[in-house]
Unconditional design. Sequence first.
Length: 269
Amino acid sequence: MSQRSLLLALAASSALACGPEPAGSVELQQTVAELVDLGRAMALEQSAVALCSGLDPAATPEELATRLFADLSVDIPCASLSSLGATELRVDFGAVGGNCNPGEPALAGAVRITFSAPSPGQRVATLSHLDLERDGSTLAGTTLLTWGPEDTLRITSELRLASSSERQLEIQADRVQSDDEGELRLDGWHRWQTLMGRWAMELGGWTLRPGELLPVDGVASIDTPFEHDIYVDFIGEALGGVAVRVNGGRKDRVFVVDASGEVVELAEP
């Protein structure tokens, strides 16, 4: 279905729903598709966040920049590193299809990282995404990393995603994450704007595994542009993808999202 057809279908569904009518099937499936594109943005953002994951926030901003430059020189020797001052550096992965392949799928573009100390006990890294690209999706914007207690990171974002599904999202996010043996634990919120309107999501208890677009555990409450509240329960791996239970006011619907982002509804037994 084209985006124009989808907009018309959702608008018609909303027009028919005078008052608190449940969300229709088109809106439920589109909500899952929105989560997939958010997953693409988070995966790109996390590629940049992970560059700073081994740093000791007790160090000064100057020490953090020097340590990261040294670490990346060893860990990603194919990347072009530039020191932009005592507390700032740039990491350039090159063009799509180039020789630098810091991960699978390959990453292209660049990120600029600036360290600061707003207060004596606080360290912040500002990550500027310079058209980071992977698997057909491109990310621009800014992420702020603030180190917190018990090895947590607070991540606040102002992002723009041009997704591989030929959609554009303007994204704001604020979440707290921790790393548990390679899996990310996430709580927070996301707000985003598309041609359809404004979306808002509260997320809790997410478990996100490397390479997955969606979490394998956790819940979300989503306000759609069509004045519906949709509740999402991530119920784990299924049929080569991640299963998602969605409810917009009627009955539960279950979808599976594969690694490419394709969304398929499971038939009722």
